[in-house]
Design a protein around this ligand. Structure first.
Ligand SMILES: [Zn+2]
Ligand SMILES: [Zn+2]
Length: 159
């Protein structure tokens, strides 16, 4: 237990710094508490909660979002989920045009407070986005690549 804490000390310090920065910049006040912040047992770590809220605030940055979408479109790539290839236009027609959710691939405690680069952002459908963020206490978010592996694993199992 103590060993685990000690080995995570650097991580905790980074989390604390990121939180301080978020509080200082007012970013943390931009978003109300999110339903996902509370784990299934009804409890959650304050650090985790604040980091989640801060990352979500960043993901709501409309400028970063449209820069990412424009970048993908300029590359001639289809605007679809990087994990499951869901394409909003194929399913929803005109309504889904130019729609995709933009997700921070690198957990915030790992990138600290530096600016986000476009290649740290992933385009995801709403389901895959939720599943990337879904984590119990002490777990970090899974990356889109990890989620893709998980889907393959599950689909290869006999059900
Ligand atoms: Zn997806
Ligand atoms: Zn996200």
């Amino acid at each position: 237990m103590i060993q685990t804490f000690l080995s995570r000390e650097a991580e905790m310090l980074q989390a604390a710094e990121a939180i301080e920065d978020g509080v200082g910049s007012g970013e943390l006040h931009l978003l109300p508490e999110q339903p996902d912040e509370v784990d299934e047992a009804g409890a959650s770590a304050v650090e985790g909660r604040l980091l989640v809220r801060r990352a979500l605030a960043r993901e709501r940055n409309p400028k970063l979002r449209s820069m990412k979408i424009q970048h993908v479109q300029r590359m001639g790539a289809p605007l679809q989920c990087e994990v499951c290839s869901f394409d909003f236009v194929k399913t929803y027609g005109e309504l889904g045009k130019d729609y995709i959710e933009v997700h921070h691939v690198t957990p915030l405690h790992a990138i600290g407070v530096r600016e986000t680069k476009l290649d740290e952002l992933a385009c995801l459908c709403a389901n895959c986005h939720r599943m990337c963020h879904r984590a119990g206490p002490g777990e970090t978010w899974r990356t889109p690549a990890a989620l893709r592996r998980l889907i393959q694993e599950v689909s290869s199992q006999d059900r």
